[in-house]
Design a protein around this ligand. Structure first.
Ligand SMILES: Cc1cc2nc3c(=O)[nH]c(=O)nc-3n(C[C@H](O)[C@H](O)[C@H](O)COP(=O)(O)O)c2cc1C
Length: 397
């Protein structure tokens, strides 16, 4: 990607001024930065834009273990990688140890992934209602068995497994320290913590103190911090505050894939930052759309998927309401070109207005749980049946 700002200075391979390279099992990630898996966002097209900007680990959208085992076309779309994408990082969501084990075995035996991340962070009511996602680690035996099944299946091929989780159900029912230790014992290669509970949803600010606490407790494997990194400065601040071994960036790069260039520069000790004018942003939007057409093989679908990205890309730039609305409705590349050309493309970077929070936010929600879920830390047969349904209700991400 060309940018209006100076590129990050070259740095010696494997060196970061701020942190050493991140080691995830046999994988070495020179810049200890991870693109957080985001369903509907981190597909091959978006990952490519991010990869072109920076150097880190880029996790694909979540796929359910059941969809993988059933070999659904959508699951294969999610785990398709370009030939130059290394490592191929797949995130699996599952609630049943046997199915998760089978899915991971398939991924490694068929050489479809170089890294498997397990998702225990989903706060969506339709998932937590049946005991899945962020509330699953409350059932410590189930959590342990899922993680062991995944690690056991991946080990023969030397593929590292990591765990991504939230703090717990709510402040009264925290699980992250115990889950981190369990994951470490089970042989995972790293754990990441999103510093929110399921009840927090995406509200308020992420609790970086919890990341610091986890880092102190889990000493044998890298601990990655996640939540509310909107800029390279935030990433440095998180490392400073928590001593985490790397950062995981989600919403902050929505509409700003060049954030990975800022992060690479910051971790190399440089204060060079990408400050694109609107003309440059328009070029990135066009490239994103082109890559989406390649990814989906269907212009209509690709452009529909692009619509939500428009507001993120345009945040802070002076673009009239009508032009914004029109860009949010494009359905062909020709229409996109026409709408982009009509913008005031000479506009310089608007500064702070283009930065800061974007994407999902909202207010805390009392997590919807299976009746009696919190009464015991062990799984009963009734809950085991409900969990099976929890996976069926998650649609590929
Ligand atoms: C649109 C969207 C989709 C997401 N999908 C997933 C997912 O599939 N798997 C997952 O582990 N987390 C998912 N997340 C959570 C992010 O990975 C990340 O943990 C969260 O957004 C907090 O990081 P941030 O403050 O940098 O955004 C999603 C978040 C968003 C906003």
């Amino acid at each position: 990607m060309t940018t209006t700002a100076p590129a990050a200075p070259a740095r010696p391979a494997g060196a970061s001024a701020v942190l050493p390279p991140l080691r995830i099992g046999p994988l070495t990630v020179d810049t200890p930065v991870v693109l957080a898996p985001m369903a509907g966002v981190t597909n091959a097209a978006f990952r490519r834009l991010c990869r072109e900007s920076g150097a880190g680990l880029y996790v694909a959208e979540m796929v359910t273990s059941r969809a993988l085992v059933e070999r659904t076309p959508e699951s294969f779309r999610i785990i398709s990688f370009e030939s130059d994408e290394v490592p191929r990082s797949v995130q699996v969501y599952g609630v049943d140890p046997a199915t998760v084990g089978a899915a991971v075995r398939m991924l490694v035996e068929e050489d479809l992934a170089d890294h498997v991340d397990l998702n225990f962070g989903c706060p969506v009511p339709k998932v937590t209602r049946r005991g899945g996602g962020a509330v699953l680690p409350w059932k410590r035996d189930l959590f342990r068995d899922i993680v062991r099944a995944a690690v056991g299946a991946a080990r023969p091929r030397g593929v590292p497994v990591t765990v991504k989780m939230r703090k717990g159900v709510d402040e009264e029912h925290l699980t992250y320290v115990e889950a981190g230790l369990t994951a470490q014992d089970a042989g995972v290669a790293a754990v990441s913590l999103h510093g929110r509970t399921a009840a927090d949803y995406y509200s308020g600010t992420a609790d970086w103190d919890a990341i610091a606490t986890l880092k102190q407790a889990v000493t044998d494997i890298p601990v990655l911090g996640n939540g509310d990194i909107w800029s390279a400065e935030d990433a440095l601040a998180m490392v400073e505050h928590t001593r985490c071994d790397g950062v995981v960036v989600g919403r902050g790069c929505q509409g700003r894939p060049w954030l990975f260039a800022d992060l690479a520069a910051a971790f190399a000790g440089s204060d060079a930052r990408v400050r694109p004018g609107l003309g440059e942003v328009a070029r990135v939007v066009r490239r994103h759309a082109e890559l989406m057409v390649e990814t989906f093989g269907d212009e209509g679908k690709a452009l529909r998927e692009m619509r939500k990205h428009m507001a993120w890309y345009l945040k802070g730039y002076v673009v009239g309401g009508e032009a914004r609305a029109a860009l949010g409705l494009v359905s062909t590349m020709a229409e996109l070109d026409e709408r982009l050309a009509a913008l005031d493309l000479d506009q310089a970077y608007p500064g702070e207005a283009a930065e800061g929070p974007r994407g999902r936010a909202g207010s805390p929600k009392r997590p919807v749980l299976p009746y009696g879920w919190l009464d015991s830390r062990e799984l009963s047969d009734t809950f085991a049946r409900q969990l099976h349904e929890a996976e069926l209700s998650v649609s590929g991400g």
